[in-house]
Design a binder for this molecule. Structure first.
Ligand code: SF4
Ligand code: SF4
Length: 147
């Protein structure tokens, strides 16, 4: 079987520059049950109240914020960044180490065109990347198409 890209490179470089582009791009922001618990605790409300307050819907059986294209994530503030940073969901914590991004070189490079934090900064080992992939899987997050 062909080795995934991140293994052929013995890991990948990434440090977030906090530019905020990923918080403004289209696509659902998934909240697993654990994510919901954490984000709701951050806002000091119940998970149910969090779902209602932020208008989360179900996408592929998981709660998600799914806004129309061109609408930034509701938790994003242009000046201050993510307003639930400590309680942000696993999807955001593990970026860009998603299976659909790190498996193929062309996917990684396409994503890097949008994310200036990639290909620079801290080196992340294959083990760290595998842990990120597993964390998303274990939370039941759907795997997207290759980038
Ligand atoms: S696009 Fe990349 S560098 Fe910019 S905030 Fe998102 S993860 Fe960080
Ligand atoms: S939850 Fe926070 S980190 Fe995640 S997309 Fe929204 S603003 Fe960005």
């Amino acid at each position: 079987m062909t080795k995934p890209y991140y293994e052929t490179q013995n890991g990948l470089d990434f440090t977030c520059t906090r530019c905020g582009r990923c918080c403004e791009r289209p696509g659902p922001v998934f909240f697993s049950d654990d994510d919901l618990d954490r984000a709701a605790a951050f806002e000091k409300i119940t998970p149910k109240a969090f779902v209602k307050r932020h208008g989360l819907i179900e996408v592929d059986g998981i709660h998600a914020l799914d806004l129309p294209d061109g609408t930034p994530c509701s938790f994003f503030d242009k000046l201050k960044g993510c307003q639930i940073y400590e309680g942000r969901p696993i999807q955001c914590k593990t970026w860009p180490f998603w299976k659909e991004v790190v498996t193929r070189k062309d996917s990684w490079n396409r994503a890097a065109e949008e994310c200036p934090g990639m290909n620079q900064g801290e080196h992340h080992t294959p083990t760290e990347i595998r842990e990120a992939i597993d964390a998303c899987k274990n939370q039941g997050l759907p795997e997207g198409d290759a980038w």
